[in-house]
Ligand binder design. Structure first.
Ligand SMILES: [Zn+2]
Length: 205
């Protein structure tokens, strides 16, 4: 792509770093911003910088939060002994949208994936085991997508918890194998949490 301006080229180059944005789309977005009032770009840039510099991660569940404890963990009406293990914040949002779950979450920050160089140490697993050790938890619900990486991660955590007296369950598979949680409709996802099954059962099938 030949640019008539270095400023334009830089902006397009930065925009094209985003996932799913090719050079052509980046150019379209940049030209769009150029046509808008200056405040719009200023607000966009400020929101992104503020997000990056001020965002916190909940010290209990690793959810993205404006405070040390996220709104879910700080809510006295949530059942603190029930912990739903999810891959990332999008899963928390999807499950919260169902209004069917009253426990807490634990955000792993990914799935074990040797192909991508992600091992257990890169994920928030130790803090989950610590919660179990402190006897704060009576049931862990695995709600990772049922991909090979999801299953590997579930099984790894399950083995770590073997010596502790807790219930482990997995969300019922109204959700198809390989489906990501965030794409499941609210009714299906809500039901699959309410109708969760003992984790051991998922190993036999
Ligand atoms: Zn939290």
């Amino acid at each position: 792509m030949d640019f008539s301006s270095k400023l334009l080229e830089n902006a397009v180059h930065e925009m094209a770093q985003l996932p799913g944005i090719g050079k052509r789309t980046a150019l379209r977005l940049v030209l769009h911003l150029l046509r808008q009032p200056e405040e719009q770009t200023t607000h966009l840039a400020k929101a992104l910088v503020d997000l990056k510099t001020e965002v916190k991660f909940c010290k209990n569940c690793h959810n993205i939060s404006d405070f040390d404890l996220c709104e879910i963990c700080a809510n006295p009406n949530r059942e603190k002994s029930l912990v739903c293990v999810v891959e990332d914040i999008r899963d928390v949002m999807a499950i919260e949208n169902t209004s069917q779950y009253r426990g807490l979450y634990h955000v792993l920050g990914g799935k074990i994936s040797p192909m991508d160089g992600v091992g257990p140490n890169q994920l928030n697993i130790t803090t989950l085991i610590d919660k179990v050790k402190r006897e704060e938890v009576t049931e862990i619900i695995f709600a990772l997508s049922s991909t090979m990486e999801g299953d590997t991660t579930n099984f790894y955590i399950y083995k770590q918890l073997e010596d502790y007296k807790i219930t482990t369950s997995t969300i019922a598979r109204g959700i198809g194998v390989g489906d990501e949680l965030e794409y499941a409709d609210e009714v299906t996802l809500g039901r699959s949490i309410l109708n969760r099954v003992p984790f051991e059962n998922s190993l036999k099938s």
